[in-house]
Design a protein around this ligand. Structure first.
Ligand code: KG4
Ligand code: ZN
Length: 335
């Protein structure tokens, strides 16, 4: 049994094949970073057009690397949402065409659930229940995963996502796109204690996140201290802002641990590539004596291996899954 996964929710065109033992036979990711870089963010119209141009090649390359023909694919798994609607529709329509032609099941996959699944690609025995922090450019959410395919939303951002806040500050300082990895690198040279940021607190006791306040405070500091690339406190500012984002994420997770008493912790999504976040998340896991799991960087970014993997889990679960060709794309999170 081989499952082909397809992911086009944002600005990566990706295809991957897993066999029935969850072994990754291939995972091809084509990034559109260069196309969106001049605009300092993803331009939805350009993203969907580029997916259209790339999807055929990416799927073919994925099959070639796996040394498989399409006839050997037992099911097609595809990201349904949340994401950019035009981008989602390219992957979904392509997968529908394949499923229809080969008369094989089509499995719709939620992008946030797929990010959580990315941790299982390298370790199928993560103790459950787990608390999973999904941090990306479009999402910042914590889930309590009681058992496989059972996700409960614990908290989510009420405004910007963590990655979005990093990207916006980088754009404001004219550092390039995507800003997250650029800040990750430049912040290494700075003192994270130089500038203090007040952490956002929810007054209603919820475990939601908020990053717009941090972003506004950062922009205020930039203006007050005239922060720019050639100014002495430039690196300190980036290190301090990065640390504020990490503290906001992990202090929230620490509260969720108290409340939900999980058996393990998962960190996933594009921002989980951040070196300092990985370091402090590891420290939190050790302090709490909980096993913790962070995917390798290639599986933190949007990829189709996590989509195929969740498709396979669904196929094997024996649960009734709707394999209908009428699957719809959804732009907003259903959680
Ligand atoms: O999961 P992802 O590939 O796409 C979404 O679903 O959004 O995440 C992309 C986000 C971007 O905001 C990018 O700046 C951020 O992940 N990112 C990083 C790093 N690498 C990517 N943020 C901080 N440090 C990094 N090393
Ligand atoms: Zn993502």
């Amino acid at each position: 049994m081989n499952v082909l996964g397809i992911e086009t929710s944002c600005d990566e065109t990706s295809a991957s094949v897993l066999n029935s033992d969850f072994k990754i036979l291939s995972n091809v990711i084509l990034s559109q970073d260069e196309i969106h870089a001049p605009y300092g963010g993803v331009v939805p119209e350009l993203a969907s057009r580029q997916h259209l141009t790339s999807i055929g090649y990416v799927v073919q390359e994925c099959l070639d690397r796996a040394r498989l023909k399409l006839e050997k694919i037992s099911a097609f798994a595809v990201t349904q949402g949340p994401g950019l609607i035009g981008s989602l529709l390219v992957g979904l329509s392509f997968a529908k065409g394949l499923a229809f032609y080969f008369a094989k099941p089509l499995i719709g996959i939620d992008h946030l659930e797929a990010h959580i699944e990315s941790a299982f690609l390298e370790n199928r025995k993560i103790p459950l229940p787990a608390l999973a922090l999904v941090v990306s450019g479009g999402h910042t959410s914590t889930f309590f995963m009681k058992k496989k395919l059972d996700y409960k939303l614990v908290g989510r951002t009420r405004d910007d996502a963590a990655g979005e806040a990093l990207d916006k500050i980088a754009k404001f300082l004219d550092l390039g796109y995507p800003g997250g990895p650029i800040i990750d690198k430049l912040a290494e040279k700075g003192n994270p204690r130089k500038f203090m940021f007040a952490l956002p607190r929810m007054t209603d006791g919820s475990l939601d996140f908020s990053f717009s306040g941090l972003k506004t405070a950062a922009l205020k500091l930039v203006r007050e201290h005239k922060i720019s690339k050639d100014q002495p406190h430039f690196f300190d500012f980036l290190a301090s802002f990065e640390m504020a984002v990490i503290r906001a994420l992990l202090s929230n997770l620490a509260q969720a641990i108290e409340l939900f008493k999980p058996e393990s912790l998962v960190l996933c999504g594009g921002v989980a590539r951040n070196k300092k976040l990985r370091h402090y998340f590891t420290e939190l896991g050790q302090k709490q004596s909980l096993p913790f799991f962070i995917p390798s960087p290639e599986f933190c970014t949007d990829n189709a291996a996590m989509v195929a993997s969740l498709g396979l889990v669904k196929l094997k679960s024996g649960k009734k899954i709707s394999f209908s060709l009428n699957l719809n794309a959804y732009p907003r999170s259903g959680y």
